[in-house]
Ligand binder design. Sequence first.
Ligand SMILES: Cc1ncc(COP(=O)(O)O)c(C=O)c1O
Length: 408
Amino acid sequence: MISSAPVAVSLSAGSCADARGYFPGAANSIYFDTASRGLVPGAAKAAIEEQVELRVQGTIEKTRMFETIDRVRHGYAGLIKAHPDEIAFTKNVSEGLNMAACAIPWRAGDNVILCPELEHPSNVYPWLHLKNRFGIEVRTLKARGGRMPVDDMIAAINDRTRVVTCSYVTFAPGLRTDIVRLAETCAERDVMLLVDGAQGIGILDIDMSRVPIAAMSVSTQKGLMALYGMGFLYVRKEWAERLDPPFLSRFSVDLGAAHEATGGGDNYALMPGARRFEVGNYNFLAATAVEPSLDILLKIGTPTIETHVLRLSERMIRGLQDLVLPVFAPEAGVHRGHIVAIGSAVGAQHDSTDDPIMQSLYKTLSDNGLRLTIRRGILRVSMHLYNNEDDVDGLLDIVRVWRTKQAA
Ligand SMILES: Cc1ncc(COP(=O)(O)O)c(C=O)c1O
C-alpha cells in the first residue's frame, strides 16, 4: 500500500535554511544548476523505492495511486494559487504547450505573438507547425536588451491575435518577464496568454488569483525538484471551457465516480476546467517523487523562497561586480530572478561560448566541483531554496583566485 499521506518532512514554516538538509546534493557540491534540473530531496528516493517495491510484490492498490494524484493536483494548484480543476497532468512543458496551442479553434489568418530568440524550441515549433497546418501568422519580435519585449508584444496585438506566448523566466539569459503587465493587457483584449513556466515555477512567486494568465505549462524537473517525464498544464477555468481538447479519452470525460474502464456514449460531458486535457493513466512514480518537494515548497511558500533567491542573486551580482566580472543585466527590478548570467552578450551557441575568458572561468568553476551551465554563450548560475550565502561566497572565492591568476 502506498502511504496515504505525503512523505512527511518536518519543517518549521518559512525556513529555507532548514530545508537545505533535505537535499543531500546541496552538501556534496555547490549546486547552481536548477535551471537545468533541480536537486531532488532524499525523501523522493524513499517514496520511489516504496512504490516500485509494491509493484514488485504485486501489492499496490490503484485507489491509493489515485489518492496520490489527487494530493499532487492540489499541491500544484496550491503552489500557484489556482483551483485543482485548473490543473491537467502532462508529461513535460513541451506537451502542455502543444496541448494548449492545438486546442484553439484556429482560422487561417489568426496570429500568435512571440519572441523566438528568447524561447526554448519547445515554444517555437508548436507555432511553426500550426502555421503550416492552418495558415496562422506567427508574429515574431526581437528581444530588448535580453528582456521579453512586453511593450512590443502588446503593440503587435490586433483583432486577429489569438495567443501571446512567452517564458515566465527565459532559459537564457534568465531574466524574468513583466508577466503582470502582459497578462492584464491580454485579459483586457481577450487574448490567450500562454506561459512557458519551465523556469521559475517553484522558485519565484506567482499567484493565479491575482495575475490573469490564461494558461501555463510547467514540468517537475527544475523548480519542482523532482523527475523528468511529468509536468502540469494550468488552464484558467474560463479559458479551458472555450478550448477544444486535441485528444479525448476516458479521463477527459466526466462520468462521476464510475470506474476508469466504464464506457460512455455519444452524449459525453467533458471534465471541468483543465481536466478535460487528461487522457489515460498517470505517471504515478513521478507523482510520488514530486510529493516531498511539493510538501517542502508549500510549507515554506514561494514568497519566502523568492525573497531568499533574490537576496542570493543580489549578493552574487555585487560580488561579481566587485571582481570586475561582467554580469548580464545586473540592475534589480521586475526582471531580476533566481538566475545570474555571467557574460556581456547572449551568443548563438547553445552550451559553449566564443569568449576564451568566460570559457576559462567556466572550466575553473567546474573543475572546482561547482555545478552550473553555459547557455547561449553565457554562464548561467541558477538558485533555489537549498542554496545559501556559503554557496555564493564559495563561487566568489573561486572567481577571486581565478582572477588573480588571470591578472598575473
Ligand atoms: C524555458 C524552457 N522551456 C521548455 C523547456 C523544455 O522542457 P520539457 O523538456 O519539460 O518540455 C526547457 C528546458 O530546459 C526550458 O528551459
